[in-house]
Design a protein around this ligand. Structure first.
Ligand SMILES: Nc1ncnc2c1ncn2[C@@H]1O[C@H](COP(=O)(O)OP(=O)(O)O)[C@@H](O)[C@H]1O
Ligand SMILES: [Mg+2]
Length: 256
């Protein structure tokens, strides 16, 4: 399974939106996709329409080694998309993990059990704590959403330092080979300036597709639907179709 951690310690930049909508789009195109929710908020779990009150085993139990992923992964209502759900008890796991052996590699050690999926997206919490580190250690690639707003690059240096440390000590196979510009507003110079600056810094890691600011994208989660089912004609759905095509070419072309 090609494993992509979707990370940025800033909240509200579009991590969850990318996970849910890329997964749904790739699933619709015939890929077998897993969304691994490692954010205690569980936004990608609920955004895919999974009712957490019906969840028994979750990421919490997997990361604390109480169950294997196979007994926690559930199908979503959407074609080709499965979920390793997160529930609020995951919030306590950062503290519980602090004192255990191999606390940074808890998720990575389970990845073999998920190898039947074509691609997995790990939806990270807005912090650089142990949960995000577990995601970075389990991943091959990193997708960093950057919001086209003031202070867009604030904190990116800290994220880069964390990535280097993980690469050096825990996962030399981690690549920062995906950056996506989100909430792009064609009417503002600011969006264009941020996009130029990000392309200067990250070069070919940046996907060509810009995710526009789009009301339909912000409405979809409350209906528990990915954008391609909520409003396939919207600009947001079109953008995620394009981004999924790029993801497929970049990350799934060699695999079969
Ligand atoms: N392109 C977009 N256009 C409009 N609203 C968006 C867009 N991307 C995300 N949102 C909304 O912004 C909020 C934060 O996005 P989210 O994906 O949850 O960020 P994160 O997971 O990084 O915290 C959510 O309410 C989401 O619905
Ligand atoms: Mg989120």
């Amino acid at each position: 399974m090609k494993t992509v951690a979707v990370a940025n310690q800033k909240g509200g930049v579009g991590k969850t939106t990318c996970c849910v909508n890329l997964a749904a789009e790739l699933g619709r195109q015939g890929k077998k996709v897993l969304v691994l929710d490692i954010d205690p908020q569980g936004n990608s779990t609920s955004g895919l329409g999974v009712d957490v009150s019906n969840v028994n085993n979750s990421m919490y139990h997997v990361i604390l080694d109480e169950v294997s992923p196979t007994s926690a992964i559930i199908p979503s209502a959407w074609e080709g998309v499965w979920v390793l759900p997160a529930t609020l008890d995951l919030a306590g796991s950062e503290v519980e993990l602090a004192g255990v052996m191999s606390r940074e590699t808890r998720l990575a050690r389970h990845m073999g059990a998920m190898k039947d999926f074509d691609i997995g997206f790990i939806d990270c919490p807005p912090s650089l704590g142990l949960l995000t580190v577990n995601a970075l250690v389990a991943a091959d690639s990193l997708l960093v959403p950057i919001q086209c707003e003031y202070y867009a690059l604030e904190g990116v240096g800290q994220l880069m330092r964390t990535i280097s440390l993980v690469q050096r000590y825990l996962n030399e196979n981690l690549n920062l080979d995906g950056v996506v510009l989100t909430m792009y507003d064609v009417r503002t110079n600011l969006s264009k300036e941020v996009a130029d600056e990000v392309r200067n810094q990250f070069r070919e890691a940046v996907f060509d597709t810009l995710i526009p600011r789009n009301v339909r994208l912000s409405e979809a989660p409350s209906h528990g639907k990915p954008i391609c089912y909520y409003d396939p004609e919207s600009a947001g759905a079109g953008a995620f179709r394009n981004l999924a095509r790029e993801v497929q070419q970049r990350w799934l072309a060699q695999e079969r």
